[in-house]
Design a protein around this ligand. Structure first.
Ligand code: FPP
Length: 225
């Protein structure tokens, strides 16, 4: 049976969730961060799951209103500081992906600290995609490969990418059926699940159901049964 070793999630619908409740959009992000915690702990306790990659801030999200961006930055910093203990308690290694150079020195310091202090953990790897865009990741990887004469091999590219692990299961909440510049290389043979639930209403129960469906799929990777 299939194992969902690497789950990636596009956490969409925070803003709509808040607006539907007559709240400011940022309140949806706050509620969304609680779900990040729940889903991470669920995955850490699940035998099959080795890696959870969450799209927290894209290279395109800078286009949002300044106040929303600032709120998201503060929320991220608060989340990482608060979660350090939980990461260690649950043996979770934190590995950010994306171009972190765009963030404030303070946020970069917090990200580095959490990464260093959880480097010894050998349970679930939780990757937050931060200032991440798949096109940007591929361009940075290609530009970093010092290769003047030989062709670039798949192995060289994999080593240069932020994330060198294929995704087994991609979930997008919030009702849209888009990839939104997320993990384009790593999703090559992922199974895609789209659900209408807005991210703050997503739960480990719903994730469990999706994993059950995923296990039934016959994955052929371009071959025959
Ligand atoms: C998309 O919802 C969500 C984001 C752009 C950010 C994701 C952030 C979180 C889940 C919370 C913070 C994360 C951490 C790790 C602390 P949207 O605002 O596009 O929703 P909409 O489609 O309803 O407008």
């Amino acid at each position: 049976m299939n194992q969902a070793k690497h789950i990636a999630i596009i956490m969409d619908g925070n803003g709509r969730w808040a607006e539907m409740k007559g709240k400011k959009r940022v309140k949806g992000h706050e509620a969304g961060s609680e779900v990040v915690r729940e889903i991470t702990e669920f995955c850490a306790a699940h035998n099959d799951i080795e890696r959870l990659t969450l799209y927290a801030f894209s290279t395109e999200n800078w286009k949002r209103p300044r106040l929303e961006v600032e709120y998201l930055m503060k929320l991220l910093e608060k989340y990482l500081k608060n979660e350090l203990e939980t990461y260690i308690k649950n043996n979770i290694r934190f590995e950010p992906i994306g171009d972190l150079r765009a963030f404030s020195k303070s946020l970069q310091k917090t990200i580095n600290e959490v990464q260093q202090k959880t480097a010894h953990c050998d349970g679930l790897v939780q990757s937050l995609a931060l200032n991440y865009g798949a096109k940007d990741e591929l361009l940075r990887a290609i530009n970093n490969i010092k290769c003047s004469e030989n062709d670039i091999t798949e192995e060289m590219l994999l080593n240069a990418l932020d994330c060198s692990h294929d995704v087994d299961l991609l979930i997008r909440t919030g009702g849209d059926h888009r990839i939104s510049n997320f993990l384009l290389w790593q999703l090559a043979y992922a199974e895609l699940f789209f659900c209408d639930t807005l991210w703050p209403d997503f739960s480990s129960k719903e994730l469990e159901k999706i994993i059950k469906e995923f296990k039934k799929i016959e994955r052929r990777f371009g071959g025959l049964k």
